[in-house]
Design a protein around this ligand. Sequence first.
Ligand code: PHE
Length: 382
Amino acid sequence: MKIISSNHLTILILIIFLLVFIGCDRDKKESYIIIGQFACLTGSEAEFGQSQDKGVRMAVDEINNSGGLLGKKIELITEDNKGDNNETVTVVSKLINKNKITALIGEVASSRSKAAAPLCQSAKIPMITPGSTNPEVTKLGDYIFRVCFTDSFQAAVNARFAFNSLKVRRVALFIDEKNTYSTGLAEGFKLLFTSLGGEIVAEEKYSAGDKDFTIQLLRIKNKNPDAIFIPGYYSDINLISIQARNNGIKVPLFGGDGWDSEKLLEGQAKQSLEGCYFSTHVSKEDQSPQVQDFLNKFRNKYGQEPNGYAFLGYDAAMLLFDAIKRANSINGIKIKEALAQTKNFNGVTGNITMDHDRNPIKPCIIVEIKNGEFKYKETINP
Ligand code: PHE
């Protein structure tokens, strides 16, 4: 007598297969903490996005190789927003709704962090940005954090540096007018520099990606400034500096952390930016064990030099993992509370303590471009 017909057998196999499959999927979900990342892996600031990503991946690998977090492995899901605000909304919505991330890391650029923040805030997903310095970013809600200083501080550092160290009194501003980071930094600089007794003799505008800056540069030249403050991104600064020198402008140019890329000095800019300055987050000349260990690990892993955004990406990820550990939970509310309570976190970009507005209190560094290289000049404490 046949106990099981072939039809029954097929159904039975199907049921067993389904059970195993569902079981595996549940196992996977239960044994992983899913962390999202969005970054400009392509587009005009790709150098910064890729640096962020390398720093974040290094942190994830370290944690996973040392046993994971809360007994689980971290699964990192990274999306490229192509350096675009609309694309940011698309990919971050996908990470939140489809991938069900526990927390989000990104972005370096303030405008894109501002595009993502409201989505995280309303979904109660903690978000931590490595490099967005614009003050408005963390004002978008109590789930939004950063590991870098803010532009209120960075602007004041530049104003003091110009007034006290460069000893200039007449400064021209050249602003990337559609970029929140640039307009915010320029505004902050203007406030403090004039309150110190300095004068803003010209205020010219450009748009990221422009190729010809001659008209504005000549207008600036006519005002005869002692120096020009350009709070922009490295890809534009490279061209602006070459055109400034070609048009007979000899005074120092200076700016903020948007300059901090080896690509800044490509081609003729090596000469045109000689004797110029910018403020940033970390110096590779810093001999502290944190910085030197990070440098060695990074060089070994990727066979290249990190820039400041790799350091910050690493800190953003490590600080988030530390908060998850302290929260002892993957619940968004608990992680957000742990992040807010961060005190004396020993990061590779310095010691991090969150203030009441979820902004770290940390020093800023001034770099001088000397003999075609970035040279540490001074550290300015908050
Ligand atoms: N601090 C800059 C910002 O907030 C970081 C940045 C610079 C990002 C340059 C991209 C390119 O936007």
